[in-house]
Design a protein around this ligand. Structure first.
Ligand SMILES: [Zn+2]
Length: 397
């Protein structure tokens, strides 16, 4: 069956980067499929798209739903798309209902960081959380900057402020998304109700030792930066493990070794650390323990250790009221659900600035995401859409 996934599909999965012809074509195709819903389609100054169904009283703030259609490189068919198609499906389910408030589906632009180096760009711009100039700092080699891409596609980045919406503009914002983790797949629950979205603190640990001849330098005379770095990797793991009950996690995902030669004692090592969670105090505690370990290896390994902060975003709390409303609906329907947090970032985390916001997670097979093997069962998605539709009906009446 034809679908959004066909735009950018190859034997290596789906690649549909933001603001590419494929991205625009996928959206145009999807809008063509839902013409019979008679939605009013508008676009803001940076390319976010809004599909509005009028209510009985259009002076009321609309109930918003939505997600994104862009993908990472070699992605699957569900991340983001479930949220857009699911919201449209919810409108089909509500077709014969008289709703007092208008309903608006938002298709956010550039949720994935794969093209421009920044994630959730559309929702950042819409909520006044960043400017196009700021989002042009991560331009990749061989690609144009974000500002240039905006111009090329007929948007005027100088007018980006016209895209900013004020708090209270929406009644609420609701997003369905695949979990991208394996909790629901393992527990067998069909719905995850999200309370907090984790935010990453990212930093580099730079260990300066002394590059020396691997044969001629006796063990006691070395300042081996990689040995000291290895101790710090274990310290990062331990710091997060001690905070595991709070949901804090930490990863050293990149290790740069210089000069990286088999006959040279490593002289310099850079560890790239991603520390994240939903509890600020717990993140701070873990960071403190890591910094303590850094001071320790300075003493024990005679190296110099420094730290360079990359990002320190704050975790975002979603609406508990909406979450418990979702839980009530699940109970009425006899659907097994769980209250949980999101380890990954989503457009919803910026939408909290505009309106009470909630998210529903759909089980994702083995937690695999950002991968061609990404899979969510249609029956689970349908349950999520039904819960969403019931919620919209409840709020809109
Ligand atoms: Zn996504």
């Amino acid at each position: 069956m034809a679908g959004v996934k066909d735009f950018g599909l190859s034997d290596k999965g789906v690649t549909r980067l933001a603001y590419t012809d494929l991205d625009f074509a996928a959206q145009a195709w999807l809008l063509e499929q839902v013409k019979d819903l008679n939605l009013t389609v508008t676009e803001d100054a940076v390319g976010n798209t809004f599909l509005r169904r009028p209510g009985i009283d259009n002076s009321l703030p609309p109930i918003a739903m939505g997600s994104h259609l862009d993908t990472v490189i070699q992605a699957g068919a569900y991340d983001g798309i479930v949220g857009v198609v699911g919201a449209l499906e919810a409108l089909y389910m509500l077709r014969d209902e008289k709703l007092t408030a208008p309903v608006e589906i938002i298709i956010f632009k550039a949720e994935e960081s794969s093209r421009f180096g920044y994630a959730t760009m559309g929702s950042k711009l819409m909520t006044g959380s960043a400017t196009p100039e700021q989002l042009s700092q991560g331009t990749k080699k061989n690609d144009k900057s974000f500002v240039e891409v905006l111009r090329e596609n007929g948007y005027n980045p100088d007018n980006y402020a016209e895209a900013i919406k004020k708090p209270g503009y929406y009644k609420c914002f609701l997003e369905i998304h695949i979990e991208q983790g394996k909790v629901l797949d393992e527990t067998g629950e069909q719905i995850g109700i999200v309370h907090n979205i984790a935010a990453p603190t990212r930093f580099k640990i730079i260990v300066d030792g002394m590059a020396d001849h691997s044969g001629a330098t006796p063990m006691g005379f070395r300042k081996d930066a990689l040995v000291a770095g290895a101790k710090l990797i274990l310290a990062v793991q331990k710091a997060a493990e001690e905070e595991a009950s709070k949901g804090t996690v930490a990863t050293v995902g990149v290790v740069d070794v210089e000069p990286s030669s088999i006959n040279v004692v490593p002289g310099k090592v850079t560890l790239w650390v991603d520390l994240r969670g939903v509890d600020n105090a717990s993140i701070a505690k873990a960071l403190d323990k890591i910094q303590h370990a850094m001071a320790n290896v300075v003493d024990s390994d005679k190296v110099i250790v420094s730290q360079e902060m990359l990002t320190a975003d704050k975790p975002v709390a979603l609406s508990d009221d909406l979450a418990y409303e979702f839980a009530k609906i699940c109970e009425e329907m006899g659907v097994k659900y769980r209250h949980m947090n999101s380890g990954a970032g989503h457009d919803a985390m910026h939408m909290v600035k505009l309106a009470p916001t909630s998210m529903l997670f759909i089980p994702c097979k083995e937690g695999i995401s950002h991968n061609p093997a990404e899979y969510a069962k249609l029956e689970d998605i349908c349950v999520g859409v039904e819960v969403l539709a019931k919620m919209v009906k409840k709020i809109a009446q």
